[in-house]
Design a protein around this ligand. Sequence first.
Ligand SMILES: [Zn+2]
Ligand SMILES: [Zn+2]
Length: 260
Amino acid sequence: MFIDSHCHLDFPDLAKDLDQLLVNMQKNQVTHALCVGVNLPDFPRVRALAETHHNLFASVGVHPDYEDEIEPQAHELAKLAHHPKVIAIGETGLDYFRLQGDMEWQRERFRQHIRAALEVNKPLIIHTRSAAADTLRIMREEGASQVGGVMHCFTETREVAEQAIAMNFYISFSGIVTFKNAVALKEVAKSIQLDRMLIETDSPYLAPVPFRGKQNQPAFVRHVAEEIARLRAAELNDIAIATTNNFFNLFKIPRNGLST
Ligand SMILES: [Zn+2]
Ligand SMILES: [Zn+2]
């Protein structure tokens, strides 16, 4: 079985086909998916998915690319995270690629998320792009290692991966690892320890080969696992078992599920 550790099933393009997407997951042995929040106004939709479907989970956070949001305070995020199926805080982090200028507001927003995670003792989902050094520094300064989490849609170097792992974080690979030109990332996927690895789609974005350029969906996470197995000369089943166990361990999910 496979788990999609990061998707956006509440986004309208996916939500309109939800029933079909859930069937596709089942057909591909994708047993669970984590629906990641990107802003607070849409959070009720994300939470509702987790409440309605036993195999969907939710997280709460304000994405660093959403610049026009009211800045969330740690206590507010923590309050929304007091829900059995809200299993993480995020996505949060830093993105100096999409937005430029004075990014102090982004760093402050990131700090609020880490403080919320510490308050509720739930792991973080971290998005980092062109900002690895500041991301790691703030994680360190705020004590993110106490709760751990995942570096989602990882595209950084092996050194960055190892520093995050040393801070109690997991590394999640998306469809990017299947792209022919992702040579350096393939090396990271080949070399980091299996007990710190997760897989994700980040759907509707970043569909893996052979669906590159099309709309992504959780069922396609299987192709990410297949590529990682190929790179590591491992059995697909071993990648499936490890990434599934890692997901349940990181998010503290009992094998018999969570009740709402
Ligand atoms: Zn992201
Ligand atoms: Zn995302």
